[in-house]
Structure formats: C-alpha cells, structure tokens
Ligand binder design. Structure first.
Ligand code: GRF
Length: 187
C-alpha cells in the first residue's frame, strides 16, 4: 500500500474522513499531515488520530528542501491536498508528478482560483443564484484549482439555501467521494 501525506491549512475534516475511511478497512496509509498554519485545527485532529504532523513555513516550502526532505524521509508516495491554501512549488510537482490531488468545493472551472476557498465559494454560489454546486477532484498543477479533472459530482442548490447549508451539502459529498477516489488512485 502506498504512503499518503495530507496537506491542509484549516479544519481538516476531510483529512479526518480520509484517515477514518481507510482505518475502517484496517488500513493506515496516511503517514503524515502537513500544514502551513500553526493554528489549524487539523493539528488537533492529527493528534487525536495519532498521526504525525508537521508545520512548515513558506521559506521551507518555496526556498528550502525541508518539505521535500520530510516527505522523502517518510517514504511518501502520494500527496492529498485537503483545504490547503498555498500553491505547490514546481520542484514538488516534478518529484510527485501525477501523484498530487486536490478537492475543490465547487464545480470547476466555476468558483475556482486564488482567493476562492471555504465559505467564499459557497457565498458566491448563493449570491449568483446557482441551481447546482458540487465538488471537483482534480490533479494538481502550477495554478490554483486548474489541473485535469478526475471527478465532479453535483448537488442541487435550493433557492432558500444559505451559504452554510450549501457548505454542509458540499462537505457531505466530499466525505463520500474523496476517500474512495484516493483509494482508487493509489491502488
Ligand atoms: C473543503 O471544502 C475542500 O473542498 C476545500 O477546503 C475545504 C476544507 O475543509 N479545498 P476541511 O478543512 O477539510 O474541513
């Protein structure tokens, strides 16, 4: 089984869903959780799940080999972005070519790109009276929310839905599909 590292900048509920999905099958491929945000709740989740975590700086990621060295020392084969807000540098993309995936909480190319994350996405969906929204799981490249699409799943948006309601619907889709797609991609 391949070794997975998850990058997250915030709450980390997807990270937790992924770990639990595999553990239900008696598997434990997530070896490391990395974050750029020392206050991210994902660090608390990592502790509770008993998974090693690492906080890194932008220097570490963009100007040193720190992050790459950590990944290689843990023999990481596959990288999962789950609410990670920084771009992945070219050196990392080259080393992990075709092995880095992301999930975006909307139907790309709509509502993607720099600054389009979290509740901002759902607020924009509601403000524009979209009739549907959903998730996009895609390969990662040099641009935000841009690589080849692996899977999109949509859900209707009701006229009375608040951004919070839309966020809840999208999270439900994320927990349902991201872990199983990761499983397919690493097997
Ligand atoms: C998710 O909606 C994901 O699609 C997006 O960021 C959010 C992260 O949520 N990329 P969480 O930190 O996993 O709870």
């Amino acid at each position: 089984m391949k070794n997975i590292a998850i990058f997250a900048s915030g709450s980390g509920s997807n990270a937790q869903a992924i770990v639990e999905y595999f553990r239900k099958q008696g598997k434990d491929p997530v070896k490391l959780i990395l974050t750029n945000n020392p206050k991210a709740y994902v660090l608390e989740r990592a502790k509770q799940l008993g998974i090693e975590s690492v906080v890194f700086t932008s220097e570490d990621l963009y100007h040193r080999t720190t992050v790459l060295d950590i990944l290689q020392s843990k023999q990481i084969d596959f990288i999962v972005l789950a609410g990670f807000l920084w771009l992945i540098p070219t050196a990392l993309l080259k080393t992990y070519k075709g092995k880095i995936v992301n999930i975006h909480p909307a139907l790309l190319p709509k509502y993607g790109g720099k600054g389009m994350y979290g509740m901002k996405v759902h607020e924009a969906v509601v403000a524009n009276r979209e009739k549907e929204t959903g998730i996009t799981i895609h390969w990662v490249d040099e641009e935000y929310d841009h690589g080849d699409i692996i899977l999109q799943v949509s859900r209707p948006v009701d006229p009375t839905d608040t951004p919070e309601k839309v966020a809840a619907k999208v999270h439900e889709l994320e927990y349902l599909h991201y872990p199983r797609i990761i499983e397919q991609l690493i097997s």
